[in-house]
Design a protein around this ligand. Structure first.
Ligand code: FAD
Length: 434
């Protein structure tokens, strides 16, 4: 049943890292923006999935430079004001992470979106996309009211899975199930004596996992993983679960993955409690609201970012974001493949990687960007997803004002406006969060 039509300038579908920033950026340009989100909060992987550390703001290694500014950095500054985050040097080499209070981030995102004038619509799913002659005309949104028709001048797909672009007819790529990155259920444990627990090295943790599996005491599919402190005393976040071979756009497969993920959480929690100093009194506080999906559809755009671009530190004229994060490919089994950016340690994400082929009035931003499997494993970091969102929001305003397809907007004007809004497109800033 069609219960009405909503008219806006911009429909942003998916309120994760990329979508929230895209909606804020577009609304600040004076546009009427509707942001629809299937969950009951903003943040996606950043909040509902329980991932609590921003990577990608800084280059990894000893020569630490901040390479993301603009609205994403404003978000970090709000968390600093709230005393809700701290920096954490990363033991795996992804660069300095900014670990935050997940509940505070939900509120920061929401407050900034509301203040910018974004209309939020939660518990709503973009499910049908109608297009004619390369133009998306409207999207059907499903929620408790039934089906609502949303007409917009332009559309921004930040669903992570490229739902809009795919349904609108844009080409896409998906890795094979053997190659697609694994899913993970993040969990939080309370009542941990963190100072004691820090005395146990990662090497020792892995050794004890292997021993536990060998003796048949536990079934730990991944003999690896990490835990870290949070802004709350005695509370740690754990990233250990690995559910491989699942297509995150197949709801039946994802349902089984949710069940398997929570089963693994029980096993890892029991292992930590029984084997690792400091965890003796721990208890399980929460599991992800939904399982973390790293990679699904990669939309094919006017440019496909490659792993060679990443590793060689390539620069592009139509740069809209910088990235220094290594390729971090969570493969099935224990392994994570790492590859670092050479040269000055920074590569560019080009605007063309946000512009899907065959569609004129739709952009993608965030983890559904146009990239190969390897390049995606770097560019999907949260700071870059937010930076892409910032660019997409401003590009929406330019496309509407110029009455041009996204393929042919004035990219110099986009870059100029991004720089005016303190985005970093070329020169890294040497600074720190506190
Ligand atoms: C387990 C895990 C650990 C990670 N660890 C880190 C880390 O430590 N640091 C880091 O920087 N990055 C990390 N990442 C990567 C990073 O978090 C993500 O790549 C990034 O946040 C993706 O942002 P996004 O906005 O593109 O997508 P998402 O965060 O996936 O957001 C998409 C949003 O769209 C909504 N949605 C989806 N489909 C629809 C629809 N059809 N209609 C309406 N709404 C819809 C979803 O509910 C969600 O809110 C991790 C990812 C995972 C899964």
């Amino acid at each position: 049943m069609d219960i009405g039509t909503i008219h806006v300038d911009v429909l942003v579908a998916g309120g994760g890292a990329a979508g929230t920033v895209a909606a804020i950026a577009a609304a600040r340009q004076g546009l009427k923006v509707l942001l629809i989100e299937s969950q009951g909060c903003l943040g996606g992987s950043r909040t509902a999935t329980g991932v609590d550390t921003f990577y990608g703001f800084y280059t990894p290694g000893n020569d630490v430079r901040r390479i993301v500014g603009g609205i994403p950095w404003e978000i970090v500054q709000k968390l600093v004001e709230e005393q809700a985050c701290f920096e954490r040097p990363n033991t795996y080499g992804a660069g300095t992470g900014i670990t935050y209070d997940v509940e505070k981030l939900k509120i920061v995102y929401e407050t900034m979106a509301v203040e910018a004038g974004v209309t939020l619509l939660y518990h709503s799913y973009a499910c049908e996309v109608h297009s004619e002659k390369n133009q998306v005309t409207h999207v059907m949104v499903a929620n408790k009211s039934g089906m609502t028709k949303v007409q917009a001048k332009v559309f921004i797909d930040t669903t992570g899975d490229g739902d809009l672009a795919f349904r609108g007819g844009a080409p896409f790529e998906k890795s094979s199930l053997n190659e697609m990155q694994s899913l993970s259920t993040i969990f939080f444990l309370g009542n941990v004596h963190t100072e004691e627990a820090k005395q146990v090295s990662h090497k020792e943790l892995v050794r004890l996992m292997k021993k536990g599996n060998r003796l048949g005491d536990y079934k730990l599919p991944r003999e690896d993983g990490s835990w870290h402190i949070t802004p709350h005393p005695g509370v740690v976040q754990c990233n250990m679960v690995r559910v491989p071979g699942v297509d995150g756009t197949d709801p039946f497969a994802v349902t089984l993955a949710e069940i398997e993920g929570r089963r693994q959480v029980q096993e890892y929690s029991r292992f930590l409690k029984e084997n690792i100093r400091g965890f003796e009194q721990c208890s399980l506080l929460s599991t992800s609201q939904y399982i973390g999906v790293r990679e699904t559809r990669r939309i094919i755009g006017d440019y496909i970012l490659t792993e060679e671009d990443v590793v060689e530190g390539r620069k592009f004229e139509d740069v809209i974001a910088c990235c220094g994060a290594p390729v971090e490919d969570h493969q099935p089994g224990n392994g994570t493949r790492w590859a670092y950016v050479k040269g000055d340690g920074i590569y560019h994400i080009p605007y063309r990687a946000l512009v899907p082929k065959l569609l004129d009035n739709l952009l993608v931003a965030g983890r559904c960007l146009s990239a190969t499997h390897g390049a995606h494993a770097s560019a999907r970091n949260s700071a870059q997803c937010m930076a892409m969102g910032h660019a997409a929001g401003i590009a929406a305003a330019i496309s509407i004002a110029e009455n041009k397809a996204f393929h042919s907007i004035d990219v110099d004007s986009l870059k100029k406006r991004l720089i005016e809004e303190k985005a970093i497109l070329n020169e890294a800033v040497e600074t720190s969060v506190q």
